[in-house]
Ligand binder design. Structure first.
Ligand SMILES: Nc1ncnc2c1ncn2[C@@H]1O[C@H](COP(=O)(O)OP(=O)(O)O)[C@@H](O)[C@H]1O
Ligand SMILES: C[C@@](O)(CCOP(=O)(O)O)CC(=O)O
Ligand SMILES: [Mg+2]
Length: 385
């Protein structure tokens, strides 16, 4: 029995961090995916007594005896999405500690904890092999943590009794609404382990895809009337979402009133972005007018992210470079390094795009243009594709 699941990464057009504190945010899926394949052991397999995890991108392999997992989570599996208790977190920590993760890969530990929680909660104690690969750079603001949790939850739920799926369907296909909701809820529990206090926007956009407006756990799907083209620049400066989110909360506690105004300004920006993306073209605004407004709102949002303390010298270098070409940019995701978005207007010449990319890459950054607003999580029961 084998299933593959793939879940996309995301960009945030407006509202990161503020969304954790109740502001509106606007996100879109991108066509870079995390893939999870799950193979339950059969009597003919060698692996009868362990749970194995292969992280292909880092060439790391981890294994836990099923008996240890049974000992650690005596109440598994759980009938409904459940948060990891303090008691369970201790059990997970001891299972992860015994792995001797190479120091250079220490940042994988929260991902491994989320894996153990989701696996044991959804599937209990079945021996299996799970293989993970990702097209997303990890810890760069493109939502790799959420894509990992969504793809993993989808693969784990595919064979669950509570989920009805046609196992004979060929190729990649989507879940029904009820199943998608379940995948999203479980993935949120995984994100909590990795992020500490996630808003839920990353797992939601990875599960549902498309473009969404999100506020306090509620999403509004958007039929965007603008085909946005974004240059994504990876500064390659590693950072950790959990620490950055905690830093903003601490600043909020130090300057409550000022930060409330900052979050409220971000809320207004996201509401305006939503209205522009949804408004019919060309009746109300031309594409060029829309792009100008979106660019301006992105710049305003970036200023507010600086107020929150999540910019970085490399992000500022990207902003300065793209501004020379009159292009608007903002960080995406948690900031502190990671990726920056630059809006590429429809009428911008290819020569200018090439020049910007050359200049950014000469600073040591990596640039690419991703497809925006595609499908969310999908599964495939075919063994290879
Ligand atoms: N493919 C993966 N395999 C294992 N862990 C992953 C994977 N993708 C993400 N993670 C976990 O998520 C962490 C990155 O999450 P985060 O700091 O939120 O950044 P982002 O979500 O922007 O990539 C990684 O350090 C790791 O713990
Ligand atoms: C900063 C935040 O708004 C987005 C974090 O995204 P990422 O993990 O950096 O891709 C946190 C959240 O909404 O949970
Ligand atoms: Mg993340």
């Amino acid at each position: 029995m084998e299933v593959r699941a793939r879940a996309p990464g995301k960009i945030i057009l407006g509202g990161e961090h503020a969304v954790v504190h109740g502001s509106t945010a606007v996100a879109a899926s991108i066509d870079l995916y995390t893939y999870v394949s799950l193979h339950f052991s059969t009597p003919s397999d060698n692996n009868q007594d362990s749970l194995k995890l292969f992280l292909k991108d880092t060439s790391l392999e981890f294994s836990w005896p099923i008996s240890r997992i049974r000992e650690a989570f005596p109440d598994s599996p759980s009938p409904a999405p459940a948060s990891c208790s303090v008691e369970n977190a201790k059990s997970i920590a001891s299972l992860v500690d015994q792995l001797n993760i190479p120091p250079a890969n220490a940042q994988l530990a929260p991902g491994l904890s989320a894996f153990l929680w989701l696996y044991s909660s959804i599937q209990g104690f079945k021996p299996a092999t799970v293989v993970v690969t990702s097209e997303l750079p990890l810890g760069s603001g493109l939502g790799s943590s959420a894509a990992f949790c969504v793809a993993l939850s989808a693969a784990l739920l595919a064979f669950n009794d509570s989920v009805s799926l046609d196992l004979n369907q060929q190729g990649w296909h989507s879940f029904g609404d009820k199943e998608l909701d379940l995948v999203n809820k479980w993935a949120f529990e995984g994100e909590k382990i990795i992020h500490g206090k996630p808003s839920g926007i990353d797992n939601t956009i990875s599960a549902y895809g498309n473009v969404i407006s999100f506020k306090s756990g509620n999403l509004t799907h958007m039929q965007s009337t603008v085909a946005l083209k974004m240059l994504i620049t990876n500064t390659k400066v590693g950072r950790n979402t959990k620490a950055l989110v905690a830093g903003v909360s601490e600043r909020m506690l130090r300057h409550r009133d000022a930060m409330a105004f900052v979050f409220s300004a971000v809320d207004s920006i996201s509401i305006e972005l939503t209205a522009i993306l949804k408004s019919p073209t060309p009746d109300e605004l031309s594409v060029t007018e829309k792009e100008e407004k979106i660019g301006e709102l992105m710049e305003m949002n970036q200023g507010l992210l600086q107020c929150m303390g999540v910019s970085h010298s490399t992000i500022e270098t990207v902003l300065r470079t793209t501004l020379k070409y009159k292009l608007a940019s903002k960080l995406t995701g948690a900031g502190g390094g990671g990726c920056v978005l630059t809006l590429l207007p429809t009428l911008l010449s290819g020569t200018v795009v090439d020049k910007v990319i050359t200049e950014l890459e000469s600073c040591g950054f990596q640039c690419f243009v991703a497809g925006i607003g595609g499908k969310g999580v999908e599964i495939n029961f075919g063994v290879s594709s």
